[in-house]
Write a protein that binds this ligand. Sequence first.
Ligand code: ATP
Length: 258
Amino acid sequence: MSGAPVLELVGATRRVQGRDLVSEVSLSLRKGEMLGVIGPNGSGKSTLLNMMAGLLRPTSGEIRLEGQPMARLRRRQIAQRLAMVSQAADCGERISVRDAVELGRTPWLGPFRPWGGRDDEAVEAALLAVGMEQMAARDWSTLSGGERQRVHIARAHAQAPQILLLDEPTNHLDVHHQIAILDLVSQLPVTTVIALHDMHQALRCDRVMVMQSGRCVALGAPLDILTPALIREIFAVDAQLIAHPAGRWPLFAFQRLA
Ligand SMILES: Nc1ncnc2c1ncn2[C@@H]1O[C@H](COP(=O)(O)OP(=O)(O)OP(=O)(O)O)[C@@H](O)[C@H]1O
């Protein structure tokens, strides 16, 4: 087995019309870690995740999946290792919830590998993991925003990836499902990159990367990185950290700068 990092970015840059949307990002993902990416609107989080997923190519620098340059891998090879849940992803067709989750098995199927029992098991486990097993027969178009989000996560789960990229996965979810999804993701034996706006959610990650204007401006353990000084500089708000009376993580209190 190769000792290469699961996913590695070396000076990854995405330049569009003379502007760097992502600029010189270097990063090595450790096996099994959960990395939170935070930053103001337009700071490059989605662009970075799309580059990590192989959907956007770096205009300079390189991205390596288990030591191999992503640019040399076929779409199917990437999809067998990596699943992405995009912001506002849609299924586009009239399909059932189960059909949508079954799409996650596509990279594993082929002329000599027809659908089988283990595919059914992966789909059942994924539906169960996000609490959508009762709605498996429902038409996708009838689901609420939060239910769709959970189905997208189930589809990515069914794909059985080693790396899971989630772009603001909790933005449509009620508070119960926000926590349930983060708990689920942190328990999966995968390496996860998760773009977030909620700093309380970022505290649950193993490491946090802060982006500003396409650059990585801080990377490390959440409580080392999310300091009042950094939050003030990057998000232009006053922040105080308050010890939670019973919980593991502290709370943030934010106020607009006067
Ligand atoms: N194809 C494109 N052409 C030109 N500019 C683009 C393109 N795609 C994204 N951008 C710009 O790049 C910047 C980064 O966008 P991106 O969606 O990566 O930010 P983000 O951090 O995910 O934002 P948000 O928090 O609002 O979701 C934004 O200013 C956006 O307008």
